[in-house]
Structure formats: structure tokens, C-alpha cells
Design a protein around this ligand. Sequence first.
Ligand SMILES: [Ca+2]
Ligand SMILES: [Ca+2]
Ligand SMILES: [Ca+2]
Length: 399
Amino acid sequence: MIKKIIVFETIVALMAIIQACTKLEPAPPNNEDVLDGPVEGLTYDQSRRFLAGDVAFNNEVFNSRTGLGSIFVATSCGSCHAGDGKGTPFTTLTRFGQIDSTENQFLHLGGPQLQNRALPGYSPEQIPKGATFSKFTPPANTGLGFIELVSDADILAMADPADANNDGISGVPNYEYLPAFVQPFINAIPLNGKYIHRFGKKAAAYNLLHQTVNAYNQDIGITSTFNPKDVYSGINIDPEVSDLTIQNVVFYLQTLKAPIQRNINDVEIVQGKNLFSQIKCASCHTPQLTTGTSPVAALSNKTFFPYTDLLLHDMGSNLDDGYTEGSAKTFEWRTPPLWGLGLSPNSQGGQYFLMHDGRAKSIEEAIQMHGGEALQSKNNFTSLSQSEKNALLKFLKAL
Ligand SMILES: [Ca+2]
Ligand SMILES: [Ca+2]
Ligand SMILES: [Ca+2]
């Protein structure tokens, strides 16, 4: 008996100690609450490449000795894409151009992006008089490897350029020529020599290599063998970042995990999910897509839940930024993925900055800004009862 009591007391004491420890140490965030981990199922070698890419993306800060600039926007990828979550209006990129039939004559100086900072002795760029310009907040960089592996055929199956089904929604792909350093996907479906682009707010980047090479060049002023053009002089110079680093960063982006939905069985969230389809949000924010085959088994032939059709939509005059990219018109935007939406405040200083330039301060505000092809869907939202709206918002916050 006494023995039993002692054992019992020891267990109680041990439990108290364990509890005290867990209370003292801050609990690590749940896997489902963080964005910057790898997809599950990478091999040992793949995990090492992921880590090498992670270091280059987050820790490699460029300076004048390592090739920064001479004009630039920021000194590392991670300074804008902190924790791989969405950025804020304080970390925007500005692009400028001119929209008329005489072509974008302002774009020959170092590309359409505004390099607003410069090394000592160089002048930062200014937006030329008469140019139209647009500001973009950084998107979350999660699950991009899945998005890269959606086939052109699947994207085209969601497009409806002439609105044949008469629902007022007519998504179109952004067709553009490929830069010389970008190889088309094996089963690409080009049109008159142009290819379907899918990354970026106006879907102007073809794949993650294209996006990464552009970012080094245009955001940090770093040349590579892929794009050797110096951002200031326009002259080809030696690479300032190695092919291996670029490939590691691309691999890192490809194998960043997809955000994980939370509380999917909650009754209200299930109701919200159904409403999302009923009021036609899902007609652009396609819930489910599949990947083709990939040499990375963890990405190959997977079903995933990004809530985007990767297509451009006319979003109405309030979202018209007067700036074109590829075949995207001034009022057209690519449907942004909604996965990870509820985690946005984690990287946005505890609040929301939604839509392309962060102008919406809440999810409801973002919905209210939908116009053009999304007008009917927005009106459907406005007509919901308060409890239905709550359910929809709860669902969106669980993404
Ligand atoms: Ca440079
Ligand atoms: Ca520029
Ligand atoms: Ca349609």
C-alpha cells in the first residue's frame, strides 16, 4: 500500500515537473500554423537542397562587394518574403509603364520595375513623368511547386474566354513569349508561339526559374548566367550569383509545403465552405487542383487545395492599375490562391493587407472590392445573412 502511494506520489511529482517545463518553454508553433517548412516526404538529398535554398533565400544579404545593385529594391529575398508569408505595403515593388499603342517606351531602362535605391555614387530610378505605375505587395511563397506542376490542359479547362457557360466569368490565361533561358513544360500548349504564364499577380512569370532569375536581377540587381544584363547599364556582365544557388532557391520554392487547412470538420466551417461554392467564389478560386508527374516524388500526382484557377479576370475599374504585363490588361488580375489566407496576419504585423497592393484591411473588405467579373459573386456575399457571412469568413480564416 505504502509502496503504491509512493509510486503514485512520484508520478504526480513528475507530472508537475513536466507541466512546469512545458509552461516555461514557449510551445513551438503547430505545423499547420507555419508556412516556411518543406513538403513532407523529401529524400535526404532533397532536404539538403531545400536547406541550401532556404539559406540563400533568407540569409544571403547582398552588399556592394557581392554584386548588389548598383540600383536595387532590397538586399535579400527574405527581406520582402519574411517567413515566406505575405508582405505588407512597406515591402512593395513598384512597376511602371505607359499604356498606349506606341508600346511601353519607358521600359527599356533596366526593365519595368522601379529600383528606388542605389549604391553611393549612383542615382536611384524615378518614375518617369507620364508613366503609369502599380504597387504590389509580396504574396506568400507557399505550395508553389504544386502550382508549377498544374498542366496547361488543366488551366485551359478552367478558362472560358467567351463566357460560353454564361455565368459572367471568363478567365483567360496570360500568354507571353518565353525568355531564352526558360524551357517550356513538356506538355505545354502554346498559342502562336506564346506560352501560358502563371506566377505573379498578373501571371507574368512562366515558372519558378523565370520568377527567381527576374527577382535576383530586378529586385536585388544581381546578374546570373540566365540573365547577365546589369540592371543599371543594360550591359551583359559576369554572373553575381551562381547557377547552383539559383537552382537551389528554385528547388526551395518548389518544395515549400502547401498551407494546411485547419478545423476542417467544424460545422460552421463546413457551412462556410458550401456557401463559398454557392455564391460563386469557387468559380475563380478553384478549390482543388492536381499536379502532373515530377522527379520529386513528394510533388508528383498530388491533389492540393490552392483556391485559384491561375487565370486572369477583369476585376473592374476600382482595381484597374493602369499597368499591363504580358497579355494581362490593366484591369486584369490572376486569381490569387487563398490557401494560407488565415495565416496572413502572422507575417503582416498582426493585421491583414489584402489584394494586390494591400489596400484591403480585412477579408470582408477584400470581398467588397471585387468588381467586374466578380461583381455578381460579391453581391451574392452582400445578400447573405449575418450568420452565413460569419460562417464564410470563418471558413476563409481556416484556410
Ligand atoms: Ca549587380
Ligand atoms: Ca527599372
Ligand atoms: Ca463563364
